[in-house]
Each structure stands twice: as structure tokens, then as C-alpha cells.
Design a protein around this ligand. Structure first.
Ligand code: NAP
Length: 498
């Protein structure tokens, strides 16, 4: 098996189910893993008799539920399975039977930690080597991106030892390992048939691995761009930026990076003097909650970032990290395509975080009359003073003639955010002529639904996402962004995820 391959991991209840998934999704994969622990003994026998019809190399896995499998299996049942099965290329087995069992294919000895990140991964690797494996597989659960550092080091060690390794970090924080580990020398990465048919937490679909992330084309020279934030699972920036890199024929990839401890991330994975691993980062998009906290960690700020006081884009320029803000431009561009002149328009912006700063800055620049609507007016006082705007409490009764335009710049309504509601109540939108929700979702957010109910025209977060993303591409690549391609790609993704 050569390096850098994609393996379709399948859990199916029947033989037909398995064959159908291979037929539908196998095209993007180099090999398939069949999870024999997902089916009954009868179906197992049926699929074993049909293995010859599968053209791709097969990894067989048969794990008990206490080892992360889907069936309760005794040691005897597992040992018997490996005696009976034929026609597979790789056998993924656990340590407890790795010594004694004679296998019909190459031996993958695997270790899984489904709850946490083990202390000493190197020791586990050394122990697994004593079972004389053809391949070592280590899959751990991580809480954020910096927890993956031992895995990157391990891939390096295995390469130096001439050992084939599969290294997976499960969870949103481990997505980078699923996309980049083959480019660092891991034997393969597992992908799922669809986003909701996964065999492990954080798995990416095989189609996305192949077409969106171009896993088979990535190498050590690939520039890695990413969006850093928490939560990050609903970010659609990878769908917007990866097709651009492909169309510009750049050796670059864009991934989600779940970062909780921003300082730790910069020290351990970004800054060249202190980092423990080098992933060849080329730039970042920054999302909540890091847009303000990132400022002291950067070397320079451009004018937009300085004026807004928040950073949503980091450029790596001549060894320096430069902060930009493309949110202000991204916010105002779709609004100006409707309201050519915003001078004197009354706009209420819900929220006082990084995005709200960009909205208020851009609106004031256009001469709009701006108020912020917040849950804690005391906390927002400094913001209001800085931008010279009025504060309205979201908790109190809405004022008469509230505004012409209402903007949601809170995470309310965001998938994985702080609540599936709108910050605005019906009365807040009395007399409002346009509702603008920054939250990006494939379906209507609660704020957009409320606007529709009240027959108020609205703008969704995708419009801002596109405009600010186009500016990011220009900063990172110096080239004009192909906006149409970005929109089409986002729409394709939205249609798929509905
Ligand atoms: P942030 O810096 O964390 O700020 C969030 C703001 O929302 C804070 O003022 C917070 O108030 C307020 N908030 C949170 N929960 C609330 C609640 N339950 N009720 C009332 N207010 C609440 O986040 P951000 O970076 O500004 O992002 C805000 C939203 O905009 C996110 O959904 C983000 O995805 C979206 N956004 C979209 C785009 C785009 O391109 N479409 C660009 C940027 C941002 P406290 O201070 O009281 O916590």
C-alpha cells in the first residue's frame, strides 16, 4: 500500500447495506474498512461470502463494545472470527489477541482511547511494536488542536523507525489529523460515507477528503490555512476557501482548528521559537471567541483591525503575524447593495462582541445612527463609549420606532452556539424595514424566521461570510477572489447539509 490513502469506513447492518455504501461512496476511497461488529452473525457470514465482489482492498475490523465496537463479543467469538474470515487484506485487531491469532491478512494492531488523551502515547506505540505488526494504529480522543501534538510527533517517530502508522485524533479538535496526517507520512485516513453515518467522532466524509481537502495531493510543503475558534464544527469556511485554492492551483488547504487555549496554541503550534510541531501554517481566519484575545499575540495590525479593535484574519508576512479585519467590509458590502446610502439610517446591532464591533465601525463610517442591544448594559458601556453609540437593554421593553435596520451580531441561532432563539422579540422589530442576521446556517435562523413571519426583508449571514472571505483570499494570496465559485461551493454544501 502506498502512502496517503483514503479508507471508507463502513458500519452496516446487512450485507446489502455494506455493498450499497461501497457502490455509492467507494469511488472516493482507495480501500474500505468493513466493521464486522456492526452486524449479526448471519449477516457476517453473508458478507464474508460476498467479499470477492469488492474490488478495493479490504480492512476487516471486529471489535467488542468495550473496545469501541458495536457488539458485545467474547474473546472466543473474536478469535473464532479471525479463524473463519478469508479474502481480506488487512486485519485490525486489539492488543489482547494480537499475539496468539493467526490472521488472513496484514496485521494492524490498534489502540483506541475513546474518552481522553493518554499521557504517554510514545509508550503505547512502543508496546504495540512488540506484537510484530505490519501497521500500528493509534486513535485517541482530543479536546482541542494542541492535544494532537503527540500524534504528529509519533508519526515522525514511526517514519524514522520505518513503521507504517495510522494516527487519528477523534473529536472536532482532531480534524487536522484526519486531513493532514497522510501528508506527514501516515499510511491512510478513515472517512465516512456521509456526515451522519460515521464510525468515529469527528470523521470527515470520503468525498470531502478527496474533493474538498484533496488529501491525496497534500504533502509536507502544503500551506495550511485554518479557521481558529470554539465551537468550530459548523464553520463553512473550508467549503468556501478550499475550492479557491484548487482553482488557483495552490498547494494549500483550509481546515477547521478547534482552539480553546489561544495562547497555548500560538506557543505550541504557531510561533517558530516555541512550537513543538510544524504544520506549515500559512494564515488564519479567526472566529469567536478569539477575535479580541488574539490582538496581543500578533506582531502588527493593519488599519482595519486597529480601527475595529478586533481581528478576524491573520496574515503570515515575512515572518510576522499581521492582524486584519475583513468583517467590517464583509458586513457593509451586502447592506450597501440594498441601501446605497445609509446616512441617517437608524440601525440597532444586537451584541457587543468582535462581530458587533465590525458592524458598528462600518455603519458609523457610513453615517448611520447606531445603537447596540445587549443583555448586560453595564458590561457594554466601554464599547458604547468607544464607538459613541447608545445602549438598549435586550431584557427591557422595546422602545417605540426602534430602528430601520436590526442586526443580530450575537451567536444566538448558531448551531452549537448559545441558544436556538433570536435576540429580538416580535415587538423589537416593529417598524424595522430590514433584518440582517450574521449567523450562517443552511436553513433559516430564528431571527430570519421571525423576519419572514413579520414580512420584513432579510439578509442572511452567508452574504457577509462571502464578502469577508473574498477579502481574506486577497490578503493571503494577493489574487482576486473568484466570488462566483465561492458562492456556488457554499450553496452546494448548504443543499447537502439540509
Ligand atoms: P463574540 O465576540 O463571542 O460576541 C458575542 C456577543 O453576543 C457578545 O456581546 C455576547 O454578550 C452576546 N451574546 C452571547 N449570547 C447572548 C445571549 N444569549 N443573549 C444576548 N447576547 C448574547 O462573538 P462574535 O465573534 O462577535 O460572533 C457573533 C456571531 O456573529 C456568531 O454567530 C458568528 O458566527 C457571527 N459572525 C458571522 C460572520 C459572517 O461572516 N456571517 C462574521 C463574523 C461573525 P456577552 O458579552 O454578554 O456574553
Amino acid at each position: 500500500m502506498s502512502k496517503g490513502q483514503i479508507c471508507l469506513s463502513i458500519c452496516g447492518k446487512t450485507a446489502e447495506d455494506i455493498l450499497q455504501k461501497i457502490e455509492r461512496h467507494g469511488g472516493a476511497a482507495d480501500l474500505v474498512e468493513i466493521r464486522f461488529d456492526c452486524m449479526s452473525a448471519v449477516e457476517r457470514t453473508r458478507i464474508i461470502s460476498l467479499l470477492k465482489s469488492i474490488e478495493k482492498p479490504i480492512i476487516a475490523t471486529f471489535r467488542s463494545s468495550d473496545q469501541g465496537g458495536r457488539s458485545d463479543l467474547s474473546l472466543n467469538e473474536r478469535s473464532r472470527f479471525w479463524k473463519e474470515i478469508k479474502g481480506v487484506d488487512y486485519c485490525d485487531i486489539e492488543e489482547d489477541i494480537a499475539k496468539a491469532t493467526i490472521l488472513p491478512g496484514k496485521k494492524i494492531v490498534s489502540y483506541h482511547s475513546f474518552r481522553d488523551t493518554p499521557e504517554d502515547i510514545e509508550a503505547i506505540y512502543k508496546r504495540l511494536r512488540t506484537f510484530d505488526p505490519d501497521v500500528i494504529k493509534i486513535a485517541i480522543t482530543v479536546d482541542e488542536i494542541t492535544d494532537t501534538i503527540p500524534l504528529w510527533k509519533l508519526i515522525e517517530t514511526a517514519q524514522n523507525d520505518g513503521v507504517d502508522i495510522i494516527a487519528v485524533a477523534m473529536g472536532d479538535g482532531g480534524k487536522a489529523t484526519r486531513i493532514l496526517s497522510p501528508s506527514r507520512g501516515a499510511l491512510l485516513t478513515f472517512g465516512s460515507p456521509t456526515a451522519d453515518d460515521t464510525t468515529a467522532f469527528g470523521q470527515v466524509t470520503v468525498e470531502d477528503l478527496k474533493e474538498l481537502y484533496r488529501v491525496d495531493k497534500l504533502d509536507r510543503d502544503t500551506k495550511v490555512f485554518g479557521v481558529i475558534g470554539d465551537p468550530i464544527s459548523s464553520s463553512r469556511s473550508p467549503y468556501m476557501h478550499n475550492p479557491v485554492f484548487a482553482s488557483l492551483k495552490m498547494n494549500a488547504v483550509f481546515i477547521s482548528l478547534l482552539v480553546k487555549d489561544l495562547k497555548g496554541f500560538f506557543a505550541k503550534m504557531v510561533r517558530d521559537k516555541t512550537r513543538e510541531v510544524e504544520l506549515n501554517f500559512g494564515g488564519f481566519s479567526v472566529t469567536m471567541p478569539h477575535k479580541l484575545e488574539i490582538i496581543p499575540l500578533l506582531d502588527e495590525m493593519d488599519v482595519s483591525a486597529n480601527r475595529v479593535g478586533a481581528v478576524n484574519t491573520v496574515e503570515f508576512r515575512d515572518g510576522k503575524l499581521v492582524g486584519h479585519n475583513t468583517d467590517a467590509y464583509g458586513f457593509i458590502t451586502p447592506l450597501k447593495s440594498i441601501y446605497n446610502d445609509l446616512k441617517g439610517s437608524r440601525v440597532v446591532v444586537a451584541g457587543a462582541g468582535g462581530a458587533a464591533r465590525a458592524c458598528v465601525y462600518a455603519l458609523k463610517n457610513e453615517g448611520a445612527e447606531v445603537a447596540i442591544a445587549v443583555r448586560d448594559p453595564k458590561k457594554a458601556q466601554a464599547f458604547a463609549d468607544e464607538f459613541d453609540v447608545k445602549i438598549i437593554s435586550l431584557e427591557g421593553p422595546p422602545e417605540r420606532s426602534y430602528a430601520d435596520i436590526a442586526v443580530n451580531a450575537t451567536p444566538l441561532g448558531m448551531i452549537g452556539g448559545s441558544g436556538n432563539i433570536s435576540p429580538f422579540k416580535r415587538d423589537h422589530l416593529n417598524g424595522v424595514k430590514l433584518v440582517y442576521d450574521l449567523v450562517t446556517r443552511s436553513d433559516d435562523t430564528p431571527t430570519i424566521s421571525l423576519a419572514k413571519e413579520l414580512e420584513i426583508p432579510s439578509i442572511g449571514g452567508i452574504e457577509m461570510l462571502l464578502a469577508q472571505g473574498a477579502r481574506q483570499i486577497e490578503i493571503w494570496t494577493g489574487k482576486k477572489a473568484p466570488l462566483k465559485l465561492m458562492r456556488n461551493s457554499l450553496e452546494r454544501y448548504a443543499a447537502r447539509s439540509l
